[in-house]
Design a binder for this molecule. Structure first.
Ligand code: 13P
Length: 256
């Protein structure tokens, strides 16, 4: 059975005190109100990783995990401002996002760089959350399935099958991120099913069946259940709604 995952990507929000308060609130609510079936990932800014790791403590056993929003493609050295996979692993990070559309767009991150980052995450024993998704112009041109295929093929399909045991895919259509315009369950399901077919074509049906594929883009308590009811949507990567503990935990509950 593949994992159900709800991950909260806080992006560049919260001071340390605000982040600790948010994490504590989410952790308590998840413990009190959920059945532990959903893997919950908190993905704060780099500066808050270790303090949030401390708050999570032994709750990993209850499927509450820590994630980072990015990592360097380099192992170590003179790369001012970068954070390496080894550093993330050393502060207790379980999951690392690579290829978020905001990194692709604002930092010109391309397929080859993302392939290197993905490899670093996997080499250091962490789980990879690899984001893909098309901008509005590609959606309107009708070539979004090919676009997403290229993103996955160019950055991930050189990896061996063993590596895929630690890969989660997040489909985040760029036109739905932070816009309030969610993909319909049918639109999301179409792409999720396509992604699973692509993985099956490259690695076989059994492996494809085990890979969790998350939806991201204006996911909120009001629309989460209908998205999660789709056959190939295994959870969500949540931006704005993850900054409110009540909203985020309600999305976790919608995934149970
Ligand atoms: P929103 O939920 O704010 O649309 O952001 C989605 C996202 O980019 C998560 O990584």
């Amino acid at each position: 059975m593949r994992k159900k995952i709800v991950a909260g990507n806080w992006k560049m929000n919260t001071t340390l005190a605000e982040g600790q308060a948010l994490a504590s609130e989410v952790i308590h609510m998840v413990e009190d109100e959920t059945n532990g079936e959903v893997h919950v990932v908190l993905i704060p800014p780099f500066t808050h990783l270790y303090p949030v790791h401390k708050l999570i403590g032994s709750l990993r056993e209850k499927h509450i995990y820590l994630g980072a929003q990015d990592c360097s493609a380099h192992e170590k050295g003179a790369y001012t401002g970068e954070v390496s996979a080894a550093m993330l692993q050393s502060v207790g990070v379980d999951y690392v996002i690579v290829g978020h559309s905001e990194r692709r767009e604002y930092h010109a991150e391309g397929h080859d760089l993302l392939a290197k980052k993905a490899l670093r995450v996997l080499e250091h024993g962490m789980q990879l959350i690899f984001c893909c998704g098309e901008p509005l112009a590609i959606r309107e041109a009708g070539t979004y399935l090919e676009y997403v295929e290229t993103q996955l093929r160019e950055s991930l399909f050189a990896l061996d099958a063993e590596s895929w045991k630690r890969i989660v895919i997040a489909y985040e259509p760029v036109w739905a991120i932070g816009t309030g315009k969610t993909a319909t369950p049918e639109q999301a399901q179409e792409v999720h099913a396509h992604i699973r077919r692509l993985i099956a074509g490259r690695y076989g049906d059994a492996l494809a069946h085990e890979v969790s594929i998350l939806y991201g883009g204006s996911c909120k308590p009001e629309n989460a259940a209908e998205l999660f009811a789709q056959a190939d949507i295994d959870g969500g990567l949540i931006g704005g709604a993850s900054l409110n503990a009540r909203s985020f935990v309600d999305i976790v509950k919608a995934r149970q």
